[in-house]
Design a protein around this ligand. Structure first.
Ligand code: GBH
Length: 491
């Protein structure tokens, strides 16, 4: 049961955006149809079929490439009028480069966006949600400095094709998760395991690629297309394991510096560049480990300037909270890693619910604290709003998903408190996710959807869960009904 009852005293303003989110690779399928090139996930999973926990792949996924009209119908049925989705880079540019545009890919996204708009659903489009074209991954992906040019070329194609009707963009989804898990470890493709080196190259060049595209859009498109563009950053909240221990308190802030501020400081702070804490820590440990050169690359003054203020809103993805204590020096401390540089041990609070994955405990107050941390650290955010572009919870897939109903109620209530009691400038919220999907290394085992997808049926039948109804009710009434049980919708 939720911690509250009745209907919330606070409400969401009329112009507050309620949306649902998805990502191309997790739902589209049709991995080799319509002239699409391979993404690194296609290539990697075909080569390592046991990579995902259920040995599945995303060749078909929710089949949204063919069933996108069903998706639109679902969104409409719950009265939601914003949809955050991503373009598959290799579906549009089969080799990743702008000399070869797939005509079918081009038409697919045009139709999808137009069909959404016809029923008053505003598409919010992510350029990169992790499906790097394989030919560009072969050249090093985000660790290759040339990616800044390639990403700019891709983005220019996209703005030319769709900028007339798309007015809200995000460049790169969660570079933190992507770089940390994919370049520093093998929890995501490309599974490079270049800890403390490759992951920081990825950080550096995702940031620079974002800045390049932001400035290009600002100069070449914004004057007449008049859209907004941001980078999507993710963060766990970090709570000290023992709130009375100064070391644990410091560890929580260290974690946020090393994993969130490393991205947000260059973009949203008044001084720009990597935070000095991050810079000094990585420089020092690099030098203790015998490196003459810091493992964290440096920005030029020009790059620092290009990055500063390069986001029209703070696009934030948030799921959960961890408890922090300082970590002791690892035995193999000469081996570089982002964790080692961070110096923080992350634990679960076992008294919080853990309805699905072992990384996701439910701690609604962490959401409010994180939003406050961001709002209070960056004065720029008085003018620039925060938009929550992902938040949600996974379980094992039951349609009577009471825990998800409570999760949304309780997290959204903390959001209301952040807005009304703390004065945080939050303008929108997107639920992750519209429907059950391919959850990366977890395959189809982790279910985040408002709608259930029957992955055993060739039709990939979609069925609303209780949370679809309750989320619809929140968006419609602008308030949270903590006792909401009975669907009152005509689906
Ligand atoms: C978001 O990332 C993504 O944007 C979205 O695509 C994804 O489907 C969604 O969240 C739900 O996961 O340390 O090995 O236990 C969040 C990324 C991925 C963060 C899994 C935690 C745990 C990896 N999450 N990760 S591990």
């Amino acid at each position: 049961l939720g911690v509250n009852s009745g209907v919330s005293n606070y409400s969401f303003p009329d112009d507050f955006i309620f949306g649902v989110a998805s990502a191309a690779y997790q739902i589209e399928g049709a991995w080799n149809e319509g002239g699409k090139g391979e993404s690194m996930w296609d290539t990697y999973i075909h080569k390592h079929p046991n990579y995902t926990v259920d040995r599945s792949n995303a060749d078909v996924a929710a089949d949204s490439y063919h069933r996108f009209m069903d998706d639109i119908e679902m969104i409409k049925s719950i009265g939601i009028n914003y949809y955050r989705l991503s373009i598959s880079w290799p579906r549009l540019l089969p080799n990743g480069m702008d000399n070869n545009i797939s005509q079918e890919g081009k038409k697919y996204y045009r139709t999808l966006f137009e069909e959404l708009l016809k029923v008053n659903i505003t598409p919010v489009v992510t350029l990169f949600h992790w499906d790097m074209p394989t030919p560009l991954m072969d050249l090093g992906g985000w660790a290759n400095p040339k990616i800044v040019d390639y990403f700019e070329d891709y983005a220019r194609v996209v703005f030319n094709l769709y900028g007339d009707i798309i007015k809200m963009w995000t460049t790169i989804n969660e570079p933190h998760q992507h770089c940390y898990n994919g370049y520093g470890r093998d929890h995501f493709v490309p599974a490079i395991m270049s800890g403390g080196v490759g992951d920081y190259l990825c950080v550096h060049y995702t940031l620079l690629s974002h800045a390049r595209v932001y400035r290009m859009y600002e100069k070449e498109f914004k004057p007449y297309q008049k859209g907004q563009i941001a980078i999507t950053l993710d963060a766990f909240w970090a709570d000290p394991k023992d709130p009375n221990s100064p070391e644990d308190v410091a560890a929580a802030e260290d974690y946020l510096q090393m994993h969130l501020a490393i991205f947000s400081h260059p973009i949203f702070s008044d001084v720009g560049d990597y935070p000095s804490f991050v810079r000094e820590r990585i420089n020092n440990i690099s030098s203790q480990q015998g490196f003459l050169r810091s493992r964290l690359p440096y920005f030029t003054d020009e790059e620092i300037k290009a990055l500063q203020g390069s986001s029209d809103f703070f696009s934030l993805n948030h799921y959960t909270t961890f408890l922090t204590t300082p970590s002791s020096m690892e035995a193999d401390w000469l081996v570089p890693s982002w964790d080692q540089d961070t110096g923080v041990r992350m634990e679960q609070n076992l008294s919080w619910p853990m309805p699905g994955a072992d990384w996701l405990t439910v701690n609604p107050p962490g959401f409010r604290k994180l939003i406050n941390w961001i709002q209070n650290n960056y004065s720029m955010l008085k003018e620039i709003p925060i938009i929550i572009t992902e938040n949600g919870m996974c379980d094992w897939g039951q349609t009577n998903d009471y825990e998800r109903v409570n999760y949304y109620n309780d997290y959204l209530y903390q959001l209301l408190l952040a807005m009304h009691e703390d004065g945080c400038n939050v303008k929108g919220y997107f639920s992750w996710t519209l429907m059950d999907d391919f959850e990366w290394i977890d395959g189809y085992s982790a279910k985040f959807g408002l709608f259930k997808v029957d992955f055993d049926s060739p039709e990939r039948t979609r069925i609303p869960k209780l949370s679809a109804h309750s989320y619809a009710n929140i968006a419609r009434t602008r308030r949270i009904d903590f006792d909401y049980i009975k669907p009152d919708l005509r689906l």
